[in-house]
Design a protein around this ligand. Structure first.
Ligand code: UD1
Ligand code: CA
Length: 458
């Protein structure tokens, strides 16, 4: 059985968010608060997780975290101590139990690891993470003259001198499991009827085993999210951390303050992220890419040595050495192979584009399967939607699509085939043939060349 479990508290009402969405599902840098906390616990070395949910957010939290964690439902919101008790049956016999507030998302894995190591080295019954910061609303750490922790006083219960204490309870704790379950049973409700988790401190003190503590080296880790102002503050702090992380990892950002990178993004060495660029979701960008300026990349995989500028790429994969933009939109479900150029004003939607193909000027490729070495002329449109169904266009390797061609799907242009400027292609074009006119007729490419293009004039 695991000896290190983390309980994540996520059942609170979050009234101050004034939101239909559960507080712990709000996001900073594209990632839900509760997922920040679970991932920090994973990074700290915990291997078992119990998330305390409410009847109202249970389904949504489970959708997010799936079966990577266990769940315990707190039916009534009776306070943080009561919330932790809901995990007792699942964690009976577990030696070390961390408790982490689900609304404190900036705590680093390294900090939680130090907390755990200190706790185990001292064989404490309780170890608290504290921070020296003037942050209204948090519980104050009251110490005796010898420095041992005497109690945690919530701000709402604090007198003026207690409020003046600069050391606060972050809301991340380590406990000896069996001791915790006993101590929680002894907690009496507060004046407001809540069972406070920090009240177990008094039990430890009475037993002559006052809690241990470590102080967070970066006080911003203590920021708890109770309203949208704190949500924005946390986002600002995390965004800066993320930028510093990637710059130290070999990514160039000439103007970092205008670059927005989500928490789940990964960036390759010697890539540059130019001003006014947003990299969102689970995007990965490989080495030596140039992304931006003025670009949005969302949930995309981008291979090495790509250039994307003044464009939007979402839900798609770009292989190596692809050039996108300016003013191009690659929409979800697209796969763009190595060496492709999607130049000015190209839109690609649910399509594959083969190696070294080019669409250098305004065009729409929707539900298209484009082969290798295809040239898409300016103004080409795949007419993929008949008002009811979406239809597929296939373009074979080496085909040449003339300017202003309408490809009325379902339709296929064979390998090496050509369409003349302005053709409206309603029937399949065989390999190496030429389609001309409105609606397009098939002519022999060689014959056309030898007959001086006369057939094109009718
Ligand atoms: C809590 C601490 C406070 C600490 C602060 C750090 C208590 C009583 N106080 O205060 O000392 O400084 O966190 O941010 O613990 N929750 C439940 N069930 C409940 C109540 C809360 O699951 O019945 C969850 C919430 O979803 C939240 C977390 O517990 O994720 C903390 O609850 P919250 O009400 O925000 O506590 P604070 O007042 O911030
Ligand atoms: Ca809180």
């Amino acid at each position: 059985m695991s000896t290190k479990a983390a309980v994540i508290l996520a059942a609170g009402k979050g009234v101050r968010m004034r939101s239909g969405l559960s507080k712990v599902l709000h996001r900073i840098c594209g990632k839900e608060l509760v997922r920040h906390v679970v991932d920090a616990a994973k990074g700290a070395g915990y291997d078992r997780f119990v998330v305390i949910v409410s009847p109202t957010n249970h389904a949504a939290v489970r959708d997010l975290l799936t079966d990577t964690v266990d769940y315990a439902v707190q039916s009534d919101t009776l306070g943080t101590g009561h919330a932790v008790l809901q995990a007792k049956d699942l964690l009976r016999g577990v030696g070390t139990v961390a408790v982490l507030n689900g609304d404190v998302p900036l705590v680093r894995p390294e900090t939680l690891r130090s907390l755990l190591e200190h706790h185990e080295a001292r064989d404490a019954c309780a170890t608290l993470l504290t921070a020296s910061i003037d942050m209204p609303g948090l519980g104050r750490v009251v110490r005796d003259t010898d420095g041992t922790i005497a109690e945690i006083v919530e701000e709402r219960d604090a007198d003026e001198s207690t409020k003046a204490i600069g050391e606060v309870n972050v809301g991340s704790y380590c406990f000896n499991g069996p001791w915790l379950w006993d101590a929680l049973e002894k907690v009496k409700p507060s004046d407001g009827g809540e069972y406070y988790l920090p009240a177990v401190v008094a039990t430890a003190v009475q037993e002559g085993r006052p809690p241990e503590s470590i102080e967070a080296s970066d006080p911003s880790e203590a920021l708890g999210i109770n309203d949208r102002v704190q949500l924005a503050e946390a986002e600002t702090i995390l965004r800066e951390r993320i930028r510093l992380h990637w710059m130290k990892d070999g990514v160039t950002m000439p103007d970092p303050s205008t670059v927005y990178i989500d928490a789940d993004v990964s960036l390759g060495q010697d890539s540059s992220i130019l001003p006014n660029t947003h990299i969102r979701g689970a995007t990965s960008i490989a080495e030596r890419c140039e992304i931006g300026p003025n670009t949005i990349v969302d949930d995309a995989r981008i291979g090495s040595e790509c250039r994307v500028w003044s464009s939007v790429v979402e839900g798609s994969e770009l292989e190596a050495s692809v050039s996108v933009g300016p003013f191009t939109h690659v929409r979800p479900g697209s796969h763009i192979a190595e060496g492709v150029v999607l130049g000015n004003f190209a839109e690609v939607n649910r399509s594959t584009v083969g190696r070294n193909s080019k669409s250098a000027h305004f065009s729409y490729l929707g539900d298209a399967e484009v082969g290798d070495d295809v040239n898409i002329g300016a103004g080409t449109v795949t007419v993929n939607y008949d008002g009811v169904n979406k239809q597929t266009t296939r373009i074979g390797d080496g085909a040449f699509i003339g300017c202003d061609t309408m490809l009325v799907a379902p339709v296929e242009v064979g390998e090496g085939a050509q369409t003349a400027a302005g053709a409206v292609v309603t029937k399949d074009v065989p390999p190496d043939a030429l389609a001309v006119g409105v609606p397009a007729r098939i002519v022999d490419k060689k014959k056309k060349c030898s007959s001086d293009g006369g057939e094109d004039s009718s």
